[in-house]
Design a protein around this ligand. Structure first.
Ligand code: NCD
Length: 309
């Protein structure tokens, strides 16, 4: 894999060896953080986080990551309303300016392709922190790191992806990463209207990945899954409230369903959740989503160090 300057798509990570190295680096960050042994490899460097869409985990974990590595942050959590965008400034101009102040830019935008557009003109690394219904590559790195940590392996897994596969950008980034590993089988569970887009299904075919599609989160899926990855129905992407209402509670994982999973299976979610995992599941040992959110910090530390140190 060639050395990355920008992180725009999960498809850039096409080398399992590279991922292994990144995961080892993340493990080292985790350990050093616990023992208060972190050094400051990014002292004097600045990360700008430009967020045009809401976020809690992604922005905070990027900023915490940068600060734990000794760097600083310039943060804008509400770019859509608070920045020069309201005066009509283009993304290209904003990036031109901010890249003069910061050594890297993490950008989240409501339009697909914005991070790629920024990367075309930016002299500093651009990290896609979510571009509309496009991708969310650092979440996918977090997710794969979590699976490896929880299950000890990435090959031979049956992974069920449940919910809004049409609009869920975390899924669009997760699939190509999981396709790097042997014998991974997918169950794609969604209401028909929220089916995984054709281009991603074509990608799976191209990679000779095995997948089944269904509208039903039935016993077969629950009992066979090693990873049950639930997604939020992406309300903000729907044209009308009625459309959203008709599918929003399509799947709700409750304690009884969670207990039908294999004992060693894990339940994942990029969060925030709405109704799709009932809070009673949180105490189930299989519930990995809060650990998953924490892992995002260490993966982002490892990634920032790779891009900037
Ligand atoms: C996800 C996102 O923004 O795509 N959240 C996150 O970054 N952890 C998932 C979501 O909003 O449903």
């Amino acid at each position: 894999m060639e050395r990355l300057k920008h992180v725009i798509s999960a498809r850039q990570f096409d080398d399992p060896e590279f991922l292994l190295g990144l995961f080892e680096s993340a493990n080292a960050m985790d350990r050093d953080d616990k023992f208060r042994a972190l050094t400051d490899p990014l002292r004097g460097r600045i990360l700008a986080t430009l967020f045009y869409e809401p976020s809690t985990r992604t922005r905070f974990s990027f900023e915490a990551a940068m600060q734990k590595l000794g760097g600083g942050v310039l943060t804008a959590e509400n770019m859509r309303e608070s920045s020069s965008a309201t005066k009509g400034e283009t993304i290209a101009d904003t990036v031109r300016i901010v890249s003069g102040y910061a050594d890297a830019i993490a950008i989240r935008h409501f339009e697909q392709g914005t991070a790629a557009e920024a990367a075309r003109i930016s002299p500093v690394p651009i990290i896609n922190a979510g571009d509309g219904v496009g991708e969310h590559p650092t979440q996918a790195l977090t997710d794969v790191y979590t699976i490896k940590k929880e299950l000890g392996r990435l090959s031979g897994l049956r992974v069920a992806l449940v919910g809004d596969l049409l609009n869920g950008r975390t899924i669009h980034s997760l699939l190509p990463l999981l396709c790097l590993y042997k014998d991974v089988q997918f169950d794609l569970i969604s209401p028909w209207q929220l089916r995984l887009p054709l281009k991603h299904r074509e990608y799976l075919l191209e990679k000779h990945a095995t997948f089944r599609e269904s509208e039903k989160l039935g016993s077969e899926v629950l009992e066979q899954a090693d990873v049950l990855y639930i997604t939020r129905v992406q309300k903000e992407r729907f044209a009308s409230a009625e459309e959203y209402e008709s599918v929003k509670d399509a799947y709700i994982l409750d304690a009884a369903m969670a207990n039908r999973l294999k004992p060693e299976a894990i339940i994942m979610h990029a969060l925030p959740r709405v109704n799709e995992i009932s809070p009673e599941v949180d105490d189930n040992a299989r519930a990995a989503y809060f650990r998953q959110a924490k892992n995002g910090l260490y993966i982002r530390m490892a990634l920032l160090k790779y891009l900037l140190a």
